[in-house]
Design a binder for this molecule. Structure first.
Ligand SMILES: NC(=O)c1ccc[n+]([C@@H]2O[C@H](COP(=O)([O-])OP(=O)(O)OC[C@H]3O[C@@H](n4cnc5c(N)ncnc54)[C@H](OP(=O)(O)O)[C@@H]3O)[C@@H](O)[C@H]2O)c1
Length: 310
């Protein structure tokens, strides 16, 4: 497999400190949590340096152990890594933010977090149950806290030097605009679903204008229907360029200015997803103009209920 410098792309954190490797590895392993440790070690070995975590994924300890083992072996330094983790919906009350952050940081065995992200803009009933439901099975939301109040508590974490930047996730353009207008420390990162079937051009443009990094999740379409990696435009480009469809979709993301998070439990896929190279202008144009399917795969942005965690 061939690659070029595209995989080494780093985006500057205009609203934070340092740079984010555009190629990121996600740690949501819903179906089999036992794979986390091996997958993270494989990803580090292959060359991934950016890892996306979350309290809600229930596996921060395993990510932490995997990273520590690799750090101790001496081939990778902490300062080469970019680690994000996320505040869950049940911890939006300002007094719950620092304890939730500290718990994640300890589980990950990190001295600091590169970017702490509000997982969704929806506050759920505060408490230990991550999925609070009433007797009818409906989510119990918390109307006693606003997103900007939660955001101010994240700003304090930056003031205290506990994390280098803060971000939002599963937000609409309108919510990003509201937080950008009201925030003292602007979001450094906005993590949303994005791929050729959901390009989010308007959000991407707003992010670029405000120095925010758009971090795309499900860049390969999460392996579900309609299968992005079987789209004839993507497979046609892949054939002509002797790349895989995954490599085409991932290169497209970086070249249009969006970092991405891909996830795999399969070593060969992890390797393949890191061995990416620059697409010629005609291929970018074909993806932008000829892919006509439009599909959001994860409804978390509408409810705060994670669509890929079962
Ligand atoms: N903020 C949020 O609410 C939110 C929501 C969802 C996800 N995320 C983050 O984004 C990360 C990535 O999301 P995602 O899992 O949807 O990403 P994705 O990379 O689009 O989809 C992963 C799926 O694609 C398959 N795959 C990976 N590489 C492949 C390849 N080269 N060829 C063919 N299939 C391949 C994987 O299967 P194999 O294991 O078999 O390779 C897996 O089923 C998550 O881990 C998480 O960190 C955040």
């Amino acid at each position: 497999m061939t690659h070029d410098a595209l995989r080494d792309t780093k985006f500057l954190l205009v609203n934070g400190v340092g740079e984010m490797p555009a190629v990121g590895f996600g740690t949501l392993f819903d179906k089999d949590p036992t794979v986390t440790k091996q997958a993270v070690k494989d990803a580090l070995e292959v060359g991934f340096r950016h890892f996306d975590c979350a309290e809600r994924y229930g596996n921060e300890e395993k990510v932490g152990v995997a990273i520590q083992e690799v750090l101790k072996a001496g081939n990778v330094r902490r300062e080469d890594l970019f680690i994000t983790t996320k505040l869950w919906n049940t911890n939006h009350r300002p007094e719950r933010v620092a304890p939730a952050f500290e718990a994640s940081r300890r589980r990950l065995q990190m001295d600091y977090i590169d970017c702490y992200i509000v997982h969704t803009p929806f506050a759920f009933l505060p408490g230990e149950d991550p999925n609070p439901r009433d007797e009818q099975g409906q989510v119990i939301y918390d109307s006693g806290v606003t997103l900007i109040e939660t955001w101010r508590a994240l700003e304090r974490l930056v003031d205290e030097g506990r994390c280098k930047s803060i971000g939002l996730s599963d937000v609409t353009l309108k919510i990003v605009q509201e937080i950008v207008a009201a925030a003292r420390i602007k979001p450094a990162v906005v993590q949303v679903e994005s791929h050729p079937y959901l390009p989010e051009w308007e959000l991407l443009e707003f992010c670029h204008q405000h120095g925010i990094i758009l971090l795309a999740f499900a860049p390969l379409g999460h392996g579900v229907e309609p299968k992005l990696l079987e789209d004839p435009v993507i497979t046609g480009i892949a054939e002509r360029l002797e790349k895989t469809p995954a490599q085409v979709a991932l290169a497209w993301s970086i070249q249009r200015g969006a970092a991405f998070l891909t996830t795999s439990a399969t070593r060969s896929h992890i390797q393949e997803n890191f061995e990416i190279s620059t697409l010629p202008p005609w291929a970018m144009r074909e993806i932008n103009e000829d892919v006509t399917t439009r599909k959001r795969l994860n409804t978390v942005v509408e409810t705060g209920v994670p669509g890929f965690i079962h």
